[in-house]
Design a binder for this molecule. Structure first.
Ligand code: PEP
Ligand code: MG
Length: 324
C-alpha cells in the first residue's frame, strides 16, 4: 500500500471520472511544511496560528509573526496557503491574557469574539499577514464566525489595516481571498447569505459536530454522540457547499472528517472542492479518490441526505465505495 501511495506524490488529485479536487494540509508551524511537501500536498488548507501565541510569556510581535507567515508562503511557492486568524480560548488558553474562568469555555469568549474585542491583538496579526501576503498565495480565514456582523466587522478591520499599510508605503497583495470557518451551526444554516460576502468557506467539522450534536468533543462519556456521518451533519455540509457554488465560491473542509475514508466518498459526491488534512493522510486520500467516480457518488446524494441514522450512512457508503 505504501508503494502505491508513494506513486501518487506528484500526481494531481483526480477522481476515476476525471474530476479534480484539491488535497491540502493542516499545519501548526512553519516546520510542518517539509511534511506537506514530502506528502505531495497541493497547499495549506489550515495554518493554525495559535502556536505562535502559545508557550510564551507575552504576545508575539508583528515582526515575529511576519517572519513565520513569510516563511510558510515562500516555502509553499505559489500554492494556496489558508491562514486562520487567532483561535484562542476553549481548549486553548493563554496565561498572559489572564482571561476569567468560564462555565462553558467552548461556548464562551474565544477566537473571533476575543479578536473583535481585543482588536489590538487582531490588528497586529492582520498587519503581519498583509505584509507577508506578497510572498505567496495567501488566503485569510476567520474562525468561529456565528453571525454576518462578526464577519463584516472582521473584514472591515482587515480593510482598515490594509489601507494603513498602503498609506505607510508598504506593499500588500491585491488578490487575497477572505473566508470563514463554518464550525457553528448558525453559520452553516445561513450559508446562502454568507456566500454573497465571503470568498470561500472551510468547514471545521471538529467543532461543527460538537456544536450541532451538543456533545463536547473531548468528553468520552458523550463520544457516542460525536457522529460525523449523522445525516444532520451531512445536510449542513451539503447546504454550505451548495450555497457556495450558487455564488461561484468554493468550499473546503479542514476538520478531521476531511481525511476520513468513509467521509471522503460522501464529500466527493457532495462536491467538496478542497480537503485539508494532516499531511500523512494526503497520499492515502489521493489514492482512494483516484478509484472513486464523483458522478456515481453524486448520484447517491439524495438518498444519503434523507437517511435516518449515521449507521445507515456508514453501511451504505462502505458498500458503494468498496470499503470493508
Ligand atoms: C475544526 O473545528 O474543525 C477545526 C479545524 O478547528 P480546530 O480543530 O482547531 O478547532
Ligand atoms: Mg474549530
Amino acid at each position: 500500500k505504501k508503494e502505491e501511495w508513494a506513486k501518487m506524490k506528484n500526481e494531481p488529485s483526480v477522481s476515476a471520472d476525471g474530476e479534480h479536487v484539491e488535497l491540502v494540509a493542516n499545519i501548526g508551524t512553519p516546520e510542518d511544511i517539509a511534511g506537506v511537501q514530502n506528502n505531495g500536498g497541493e497547499g495549506v488548507g489550515l495554518y493554525r496560528t495559535e502556536f505562535l501565541y502559545m508557550g510564551k510569556s507575552q504576545l508575539p510581535t508583528e515582526e515575529e509573526q511576519y517572519e513565520a507567515y513569510k516563511t510558510v508562503l515562500e516555502k509553499m511557492e505559489d500554492k494556496p496557503v489558508v491562514v486562520r486568524t487567532l483561535d484562542i480560548g476553549g481548549d486553548k488558553e493563554l496565561d498572559y491574557l489572564d482571561l476569567p474562568e468560564e462555565m462553558n469555555p467552548f461556548l464562551g469568549y474565544r477566537a473571533i469574539r476575543l479578536c473583535l474585542e481585543r482588536d489590538d491583538i487582531f490588528r497586529t496579526q492582520l498587519r503581519a499577514l498583509l505584509r507577508a501576503s506578497t510572498f505567496g498565495n495567501l488566503k485569510i480565514m476567520f474562525p468561529m464566525i456565528a453571525t454576518l456582523e462578526e464577519f463584516r466587522q472582521a473584514k472591515a478591520i482587515l480593510e482598515e489595516e490594509k489601507a494603513n499599510l498602503l498609506s505607510e508605503g508598504k506593499e500588500v497583495s491585491e488578490t487575497i481571498e477572505v473566508g470563514i470557518m463554518v464550525e457553528i451551526p448558525s453559520t452553516a444554516v445561513m450559508a446562502k447569505q454568507f456566500a454573497k460576502e465571503v470568498d470561500f468557506f472551510s468547514i471545521g467539522t471538529n467543532d461543527l459536530i460538537q456544536y450541532t450534536m451538543a456533545a463536547d468533543r473531548m468528553n468520552e462519556r458523550v463520544s457516542y454522540l460525536y457522529q460525523p456521518y449523522n445525516p444532520a451533519i451531512l445536510n449542513l455540509i451539503n447546504n454550505v457547499i451548495e450555497a457556495s457554488h450558487a455564488e461561484g465560491k468554493w468550499t473546503g473542509m479542514c476538520g478531521e472528517m476531511a481525511g476520513d475514508e468513509i467521509a471522503i466518498p460522501i464529500l466527493l459526491g457532495l462536491g467538496l472542492d478542497e480537503f485539508s488534512m494532516s499531511a500523512t493522510s494526503i497520499l492515502p486520500a489521493r489514492t482512494q479518490i483516484s478509484s472513486l467516480s464523483k458522478e456515481e457518488m453524486a448520484s447517491y446524494k439524495g438518498e444519503i441526505l434523507s437517511m435516518n441514522t449515521a449507521e445507515e450512512v456508514v453501511e451504505f457508503v462502505k458498500a458503494k465505495a468498496a470499503l470493508q
